[in-house]
Design a protein around this ligand. Sequence first.
Ligand SMILES: [Zn+2]
Length: 629
Amino acid sequence: MIEKIVNSIKNPKNPAIIILYILTIFVISISYFIMGDSLLVVVESNSSIVNRLLISGYAFFYFTVYSFLFIFVLKTLFFLLKKIKIPFTEKISDFLLISFIPTILILTFIDQQLYTLLGIHINSHLLIQNLSQLQREANIDFNNIFIFIIIFFIFSFVIYFLYRILKKYVNKIPNIIYLLLLIINLLIQIFIILEKSQKLETIWLYMLNKNNYTYLREKIELNYNPTEKITLKNKKNILFIVSESLRYDMLNEDIFPNLMKYTKEKKCIISENHFSSSHSTVGSIFSMLYSLDSYYNPIFEKYFSQNQYKSSYIMDIFKDNGYLSYGGFASDINKFSNDVINNFSYNINFTSKKIYAKNANDYDIHIINWLKKNYNNHNKNIPAIFFMFFVSTHYGYDYPIEFEKFPTTMKTKGRILFNSTLAKKQNKNDLFNRYKNSAYYTDSLIKELFDVFSKEIEKNELIVVFTGDHGEEFWEYGGYGHASISFYNPRIQVPLVICLPKRDSEKIYLSSHIDIFPTIIDYLGGDMEKLSKFITGKSLLKDSGENRYIITSSYGFPVFDKKMVALISTNGKLWLEKISDSIDKINEFLILKKTDINDVKIDEIPINLKNQLDDFKKNGFGRFFKKSK
Ligand SMILES: [Zn+2]
């Protein structure tokens, strides 16, 4: 039977086969067109047998569709190969036809089981990372596909050789068996299509085919129109400094002598546990400026792309109160996020083409010069926000040689990450010392800023904020960097220093980027009751974080297929994957990992943490989302 199929496929003259191909392509287009948009979705974490069967059946349907598409491409290829007479065409075509399709079938089956059990796909970065023990950060999407291709070929070879060995027996199986399997498959498909209760999300074959895959089937809109004006009773200039990839353990007197001296003198607030809103830059900066959890960022971006720009309520409050704002970004933030940069009265940033052409620290100097010029021209009677984003501490960890306080043999400049000979665990100490040197250099930049603002600092008039956009892992948990989806503390725990003139420090148990501006607005006498209606952050002057939770999310969540968040409180940390893709039916989250706040595994979820998770599901997640009609 299999050989018959193979032969008929390889025979380009068979009209029945050609008709079948045309029909297949028709079915593919129609199925995407109809089901891609109308199949709404509910998959529970505790899927029943029926549910599993449905998913399996649906995957088989896709398997069938893909197989025919695949055969169609192959057939065209063989036809051309025959024309130009390449040797071994027959053998290659046998191999592809006999082994590829069963491979897709087997991998599909494994994937379904994996998805229903764990909620992750066979090409999920989590699975791949755990299996391959990848030790360094890399472009995970590429890696997934690359590793997946390897798995695929290994499977294909095994199946091909099995077929060669069992050829005699395989061909003895009566045709009626194949026919029965085909009919059963077809019946399941029809049943599923009628049932319309499964989501395409469950099938990786579908996902691989989708560019710009939207995780949520529903179209989401923002239920967010802050109009209430808030008056600031006091006005003071704000110097807001962010250092790229700067983790919490860098904030000490060895690495930040100037900053630490300042925080002592001014009795600044230093949070005990400050977490970035995302493990990547864009989401974190968004959260700082909007005081909204970073998972709102993709929706704001979507609005921006449709020419419906939504500015930050926070930044508008300052604007309404007469503030000017200066955004100095030594990075290419505008490439990733337009809504962030547009909030400033004046801004500077660098496109990606330029940024890595030279050393990152050159750009830091550039924005300092830019700030100095603007500060000199600035009318001192107008209050202002000066937001400075330094990148010397980004991968590459650049600094002028005189700042090499911590010895390193690594003299290479530029992006170490993509230099596979350097970004290795064996080089950890050299890399980490480079990182520390770049942080030490950043401290000197802060000193330069303090010099610019010296008069205001002397009069005790300046509000100063210092934080890192997110952290950087140096193999503490097996990985390096910050870009891949992971919520270990080295990647998301960062320093937070807030210096409020004439206000002493107090103990802050837990804070997030979304709390920074609300704290300042509270300090300046803004109405917090009004403000709290349109932010997810809190004033740290009113809430020390002992009894609350914060959320850190992966880039693109929940719009694209990156669907993880971490819920963090003093009771512990939960890594969560959103497995329902409706925003108002159920917010089902699968718990992937449970630890205490210091990443130590726990067996049981404390009752307080459980309650916080329930609150997040019911009231927290997507407070400002609504389903569009
Ligand atoms: Zn960053």
